[in-house]
Design a binder for this molecule. Structure first.
Ligand code: NAD
Ligand code: TYD
Length: 361
């Protein structure tokens, strides 16, 4: 048995691959395009692991995906591959449509071809798990109920619209072709290997560098935060136990306004790595122009996954954020390599001369 993971060199994908191989003998094939967000350094500890194979490529490359499926015969595909940053989707939506919409479509087509040829016993246990976001549901008012799985889709950014489109394609492939799919819609993740363009790692990194901590608008936008390892355990649970064709919302029961998050990060840094001048890192907070179309509040109702599959997060926000700040303090080389682009150079050197798993022409 093998699973094929896409986007496994990104933030959540690399945590998923590391956790998977720490707990299971089942091999992983990781197909990743290595965009700016894909960092093979996250997985360097697996370089000699017999159960890990990296395939450099695009989920839109049907020839490559068909070949990976035929050669490795995975029993499941877990699709993390995506463009994931809302601000980038506002300044340049095209890549989001390409990867999140067209890429998911191409991947589904490859999977449909492969799955359709399996023998009956394999077809029934086969799974395509699509990793999606709570942002597809749009923005909540302060007193609205949290997002359940039946909340209407109302995506507001090019990112969330592209993810919503991919969710609809996954749903349609189940409804029309019977493809055995599972979809998860998760809240904001945080933890190790998070690219420092997103709120929490940006604040940790900027604070230490003596840079401003940019808070959009009034900082009162609310997100529901989940430690990344809890997201990974939820995905594993859904893959093993989820009912085919179902959607599961995943969240941390952890709604907090952005400013509170930034304060918590500052306070932990004050404790763990105080500023030389004795002042709090809070002094670096700077209010900047709000994000266009900024969603005010996300909140996840995670009762379905708890009641049906028995999954609950194991970290509180307090324990998870402390681990996260500590991880960044203990891994300055990872941060430096991400920031100075040296991992991009390594990627060009390592993978620039063609796809290492591509068949001979
Ligand atoms: P990320 O941006 O850190 O990683 C994305 C990965 O996908 C990168 O390794 C990148 O190289 C790869 N990739 C991009 N385009 C590709 C393509 N065309 N073909 C193959 N690989 C490609 O993202 P993330 O934060 O790890 O998110 C992973 C998934 O989880 C995404 O689908 C995202 O929508 C979803 N999600 C993220 C969060 C969050 O808080 N980060 C929350 C809920 C859901
Ligand atoms: P982000 O980490 O980009 O995740 P998402 O937009 O997918 O929720 O942002 C989390 C929240 O933090 C969001 O409300 C935007 C806000 N934010 C800031 O206030 N300043 C920043 O520099 C960034 C990157 C985000």
């Amino acid at each position: 048995m093998t699973i094929l993971v896409t986007g496994g060199a990104g933030f959540i994908g690399s945590n998923f691959v590391l956790d998977w191989l720490a707990q299971s003998d089942e091999p992983v094939v990781n197909l990743d395009k290595l965009t700016y967000a894909g960092n093979p350094e996250n997985l360097v500890s697996l370089s000699k692991h017999p159960g890990y194979l990296f395939a450099h490529g695009d989920i839109q490359d049907a020839t490559l995906v068909d070949r990976l499926l035929a050669e490795h015969r995975p029993r499941a595909v877990v699709n993390f591959a995506a463009e994931s940053h809302v601000d980038r989707s506002i300044s340049g939506p095209s890549a989001f449509i390409q990867t999140n919409v067209v890429g998911t479509f191409q991947l589904l087509e490859s999977v449909r071809r492969y799955w359709g040829k399996l023998v009956d016993a394999e077809r029934t246990t086969w799974r395509f798990l699509h990793v999606s976001t709570d942002e597809v549901y749009g923005s909540l008012a302060p007193t609205d109920d949290a997002f359940s799985e039946t909340h209407r889709y109302a995506p507001n950014s090019p990112y969330s619209a592209s993810k919503a489109a991919s969710d609809h394609l996954v749903r349609a492939y189940h409804h029309t072709y019977g493809l055995p799919v599972l979809t998860t819609n998760c809240s904001n993740n945080y933890g190790p290997y998070h690219f420092p363009e997103k709120l929490i790692p940006l604040m940790i990194v900027n604070a230490q560098a003596g840079k401003p901590l940019p808070v959009y608008g009034d900082g009162q936008q609310v997100r529901d935060w989940l430690y990344v390892k809890d997201h990974c355990s939820a995905i594993r649970r859904v893959l093993y136990k989820g009912r085919m064709g179902e959607v599961y919302n995943i969240g941390g029961w952890n709604e907090k306004p952005n400013l509170e998050i930034v304060h918590t990060v500052c306070d932990l840094l004050d404790e763990l790595k105080p500023r030389a001048d004795g002042k709090s890192y809070r002094a670096q907070i700077t209010y900047v122009a709000d994000r266009p179309g900024h969603d005010r509040r996300y909140a996840i109702d995670a009762r379905k996954i708890e009641q049906e599959l028995g999954w609950k997060p194991s970290e509180t926000f307090e324990s998870g954020i402390r681990k996260t700040v500590q991880w960044y303090l203990e891994n300055p080389a990872w941060v430096a390599n991400v920031q100075n682009g040296s991992y991009r150079e390594w990627v060009a050197q390592q993978y620039g001369h063609g796809n290492p798993v591509a068949p001979a022409a």
